[in-house]
Design a protein around this ligand. Structure first.
Ligand code: DQA
Length: 176
């Protein structure tokens, strides 16, 4: 029994042979490593991004990372992700978690599945952090596990995309 793969077309529903995952970091996360370490730990954004890119490479996936301090730039990046046929998003919206209808709407508009990540446990902090504009749209939420949370979210994304690939009728056809 052999397996024949169809090549990816422009159609969003056709999975890529190389899963494409976008990791988005919101405002102030560029300061990780020195920013309030009791909440956010000592890993820098660069440490986190390098670990994710390396895991992606091992899994044969394309993992891109993007941080910005401006809401509009994050929204534009999500629009771009739809044009690029990104398969899955891991996002830490940071402060925008609690304020941004516009960022939520961008994710809803593209309908790319996503996991919401927070380094700190937002439910163990000030009450204004307990509400997220993203959680009800997210596939899942990881909060309070530090930088490890990003790795778990990426692991989930890779597993999810792998399952989709092995079960997806458009991607894999069995021939005899
Ligand atoms: C955060 C939690 C948010 O409340 C905060 O504004 C952040 C980071 C986290 O990763 O724990 O900037 O998203």
């Amino acid at each position: 029994m052999t397996t024949k793969r169809t090549s990816r077309t422009a159609a969003k529903s056709v999975p890529s042979p190389h899963p494409h995952v976008l990791v988005l970091h919101g405002p102030n996360l560029n300061l990780l490593g020195s920013r309030e370490p009791k909440h956010y730990g000592l890993a820098t954004l660069d440490d986190i991004d390098r670990a994710l890119a390396s895991r992606g490479k091992t899994a044969g996936a394309h993992v891109e990372t993007f941080q910005h301090n401006h809401e509009g730039a994050l929204i534009e990046r999500i629009h771009q992700a739809a044009r690029d046929c990104v398969d899955f998003i891991v996002i830490n919206p940071a402060g925008y978690t609690h304020t941004s209808v516009a960022l939520r709407d961008a994710l809803a508009a593209t309908a790319i599945p996503f996991v919401e990540v927070h380094l700190s446990n937002i439910y163990a902090r000030e009450s204004f952090r307990h509400h997220s504009y993203f959680s009800d749209l997210a596939v899942g939420v990881v909060s309070g596990l530090g930088a490890h949370g990003y790795e778990l979210a990426l692991e989930y994304a890779l597993r999810h995309l792998q399952n989709r690939t092995s079960h997806g009728s458009q991607k894999t056809e069995k021939t005899h």
